[in-house]
Design a protein around this ligand. Structure first.
Ligand code: FES
Length: 397
């Protein structure tokens, strides 16, 4: 028995010695650096972009072309339909917004973004009025789930766009058309008036060259002389265009009110939820109008938010006042002297980049935002879409 044990120990020691020898003499696998470089290329922590061109797309929208500000750093690849978060500094407040990539992923010499002015907005008017060729801006890596997945989406795709929601579809159509992918695509594009139809010439050109791509415009406030469809993107208009919803995959991009309207139409058509991708950036214009907003909480109510964070290696705590009708992330960015930043990209509760520990307090989240169960269980919130209803304690450490 003792002999057997000794034999086992010897065997083990020999194996260990051999392993140690192998570890010492074997070089780091040849692919290690390659993989690391590839990962950094696909998922850079941030990208530094330079504006190389600006064009007026319509009365309220401009097209911005960006190249990498560092000639040795290539732009991260992306899937047609994805977006990047673009950071700007406005009067000392560093903030960012998500914008869909318009350019085709078939080339990575540049990215293009179509940015529409949001009246009364904080970021888009600033960009349209101030950003010029040569300016340098920080951006996230490309993100988002709105892209074609050939395994799950099939071959019949319906794109439903409202206004500037056309931007990710331009990238997808460019990609499909350039690669001559054997897909059937119906684009239903709703706008207010003819002058709001972005990329119209390019869309006509794609349609004239590709039989598998059909485009329908629907105007809700047409001016005289418009001979096309009028009104909203109803179930009837969709079915007129696509025939039947069977085996089709739906992508919907537009503002929040369009999101709810189209959701009803698709439900009435019997489209199962798992055959629809929605993307609606941003938060409600007036959160107090959103279903579920607690009665009796006045728009003027202010709360105290205490944040714990690490600065210069030390744990610190600060308290600031915030409006209950403003997302916590916006309020925190406004407190510029704190110099605190929370990573973010989509600012609509989808990417989870901003997840933050809520130690105590109560927040309101619009009902359409889906927070992962695990985040809920461990008390994490998405401050980009969370509104403080009571005094809060956040842990940013
Ligand atoms: S920034 Fe994407 S979830 Fe908050």
């Amino acid at each position: 028995m003792e002999k057997d044990i000794m034999a086992d120990i010897k065997k083990y020691q020999k194996a260990e010695k051999l392993k140690k020898w192998r570890d010492e003499v074997q070089p780091i696998p040849w692919y290690f650096d390659g993989l690391e470089n590839l990962c950094n290329r696909i998922h850079p922590e941030k990208q530094i972009l330079q504006v190389s061109d600006i064009q007026q797309l319509s009365h309220d929208t401009k097209l911005y072309r960006f190249i990498s500000a560092n000639p040795n750093k290539l732009l991260a690849p992306f899937r047609a339909g994805q977006y990047i978060g673009l950071t700007v500094e406005i009067n000392g407040v560093r903030t960012s917004r998500a914008f869909s990539l318009v350019s085709s992923p078939n080339q990575l010499a540049y990215y293009e973004l179509g940015i529409k002015r949001k009246e009364g907005g904080f970021v888009s008017p600033y960009i349209l009025d101030n950003i010029k060729v040569g300016d340098i801006l920080e951006a996230t890596e490309p993100m988002g789930n709105l892209y074609y997945n050939r395994i799950f989406h099939g071959k019949d795709l319906v794109f439903i766009a409202g206004g500037s929601g056309i931007t990710p579809f331009i990238s997808m159509l460019r990609y499909i058309s350039e690669r001559m992918l054997p897909l059937n695509v119906w684009l239903i594009f709703g706008c207010l008036t003819e002058k709001d139809i972005l990329f119209r010439e390019e869309l006509q050109d794609i349609q004239s060259r590709r039989l598998n791509i059909r485009i329908k415009y629907i105007l809700s406030e047409p001016e005289s002389g418009w001979n096309g469809a009028c009104g909203f993107i109803t179930k009837e208009e969709i079915l007129n265009e696509i025939g039947s919803a069977d085996n089709k995959y739906f992508y919907v991009v537009g503002n929040r009110s369009m999101y709810f309207f189209i959701e009803e139409q698709l439900k009435a058509m019997g489209v199962p939820r798992h055959r629809i991708i929605y993307e609606a950036f941003g938060v409600p214009d007036d959160i107090t109008e959103v279903m579920g907003w607690p009665e009796g909480i006045d728009a003027s109510k202010k709360v105290n938010i205490s944040v714990e964070f690490i600065k210069q290696g030390k744990k610190q705590k600060e308290i600031f006042e915030a409006q209950c009708t403003e997302p916590i992330l916006n309020s925190l960015e406004r407190e510029k002297e704190l110099g605190l930043e929370i990573n973010n990209s989509c600012r609509s509760g989808a990417c989870a980049l901003c997840r933050t520990k809520l130690v105590s307090g109560k927040v309101f989240v619009p009902p359409e935002v889906i927070i992962r169960e695990i985040d809920q269980e461990f008390g994490f919130i998405h401050p980009c879409v969370s509104y403080p209803l009571k005094d809060l304690h956040l842990d940013l450490t």
